[in-house]
Ligand binder design. Structure first.
Ligand code: EPZ
Length: 421
């Protein structure tokens, strides 16, 4: 296993290139099996989660070739419909093969995805949406056994206790595109990643409207054809580097970053006193004055993204004053607090609300990565901590950040990867 070593107190400057979105690419790769034709997916980042999705497709006897950031998928003739425990258990997003398998083969057996450190991660909304389309579902020996022979278009409400569901919307949309009749998804997720999936499906010949809203209308078609698609940039990776610029009082340009994908987050960064400007290549983020504390609540898009909550907490940990962060999507997504406090932060948790008292400085420490975004928060804290921080178990980071240490070092950070002794 590897660890990341970070030596703090270096101001980041320069340009960093934002890679393709992990959370757009995963459902889009799943959608490629909706046709017998070849599809070409570009700007696919070299991430563990992308490799896992490719393994799942190959396990279905789908031909997949990855050359750099280009993934070519040739599904013709595949007959399998099982996504096994040993693969699904390593990545919860594997659940998004359920919809395409039902659309294509009218049957699917997918291992029930487990929870993870950010919460129980139920799939009741996925199953409710598919049942509304007429799918018969039972759970046996930890597998979802789904029979889609009686599927037809339907009207379904996909809102849950925490609002809309990104991958449930993706699953129902992918099941509906080849299902006779009209499907209306109410309280659909409208994250940029869902919109990108809809754009890919439309390129394949699907009839979809309203993908940028909370009401998506799909008219089923008989057949889809292959398509070529370039995945949108990763807005969560972009948000992470924007905070890296802010926390080190730097001045960083993010190539390919899209302002319109991060409106709520940028609104908060600017309220804190950070300058964010659109430039021809993307976004320029600059520290201009002493930061102000913030009051943040995570919400479904277009609200503040839960996937940037941990990273923002690192910034608030060294911002003078009292900040408050309330987590409305994953109320347990606070595993980073204990590690940040070990680095000298002063954060307490009241239910799903963290109260952060800014401290003058953090001190480096050996810390443990646990969840993708919590790990990123620890690296960000390490960038401004005195002395050295060692982040262990960084395979969590490799799931969602492409060449993290290389990109940070390119901005002037003193960070490198070492083998665990
Ligand atoms: C997607 O997960 C993202 N993953 C997550 O990013 C992201 O945090 C999440 O959306 C919210 O934005 C991918 O796209 C691969 P949800 P998803 O269904 O679709 C509850 C990262 O770091 N819920 O929108 O699984 C759920 O527990 C990852 O890149 C149900 O109750 O999330 C949560 O509280 C982490 N029942 C809320 O809804 C369900 O059937 C939103 O979850 C489904 C979800």
């Amino acid at each position: 296993m590897d660890k990341l070593v970070v030596e703090g107190s270096k101001r980041l400057t320069g340009t960093v290139e934002i890679s393709g979105s992990k959370n757009a690419c995963l459902p889009i790769l799943a959608a490629t099996i909706l046709t017998d034709d070849k599809s070409v997916i570009k700007n696919a980042s070299a991430l563990r989660d992308i490799s896992t999705m490719i393994k799942i497709l190959k396990n279905l006897d789908v031909k997949v070739k990855q050359e750099g950031a280009v993934v070519t998928v040739e599904p013709s003739g595949f007959k399998k419909y099982i996504a096994p425990y040993e693969l699904v258990s390593t990545m919860r997003a594997s659940i998004c093969v359920l919809g395409p398998l039902l659309a294509k083969h009218k049957r699917a057996e997918v291992s029930f995805p487990g929870g993870c450190v950010i919460g129980p991660r139920p799939i009741d909304i996925h199953l409710k949406g598919l049942r509304a389309l007429g799918v018969e579902i039972k759970v046996e020996k930890g597998y979802i056994i789904a029979d889609g022979r009686k599927m037809r278009g339907s009207h379904v409400y996909l809102g849950g206790h925490f609002g809309s569901s990104v991958l449930a919307t993706a699953n129902v949309m992918m099941a509906a595109v080849l299902t006779k009749g009209v499907t209306v998804i109410e309280n659909a997720a409208c994250e940029p990643e869902v919109v990108d999936l809809a754009h890919f499906l439309i390129k394949m010949g699907a009839k979809i409207k309203g993908q940028e809203t909370h009401r998506i209308i799909i008219e089923g078609v008989k057949k889809l054809h292959g398509a070529e698609h370039t995945v949108i940039p990763d807005r969560i990776e972009a948000g992470t580097y924007m905070i890296a610029a802010a926390i080190t009082r730097g001045d960083v340009t993010l190539k390919n970053a899209k302002l319109e994908h991060l409106i709520a987050f940028i609104d908060k960064l600017e309220s804190a006193g950070i300058s964010v400007k659109k430039v021809p290549s993307g976004l320029r983020v600059k520290y201009v004055k002493k930061l102000k504390p913030l009051d943040i609540t995570t919400l479904p898009y277009p609200g503040f993204a839960t996937d940037i909550q941990a990273q923002m907490m690192s910034l608030m940990a060294v911002t003078d004053g009292i900040s408050v962060i309330t987590e409305k999507i994953y109320p347990e997504r606070f595993i980073h607090i204990s590690e940040l406090n070990r680095m000298g932060a002063d954060i307490i948790l009241e239910g799903a609300t963290a109260i952060i008292k800014g401290v003058k400085h953090l001190s480096g420490a050996p810390v443990m990565a646990s969840d993708l975004r919590a790990s990123a928060a620890l690296v960000l804290a390490g960038l401004v901590a005195k002395d050295r921080t060692e982040v262990h178990r960084i395979y969590h980071l490799d799931r969602g950040y492409e060449r993290l240490e290389e990109k940070l070092a390119g901005l002037g950070a003193s960070v490198w990867r070492e083998k665990e002794k």
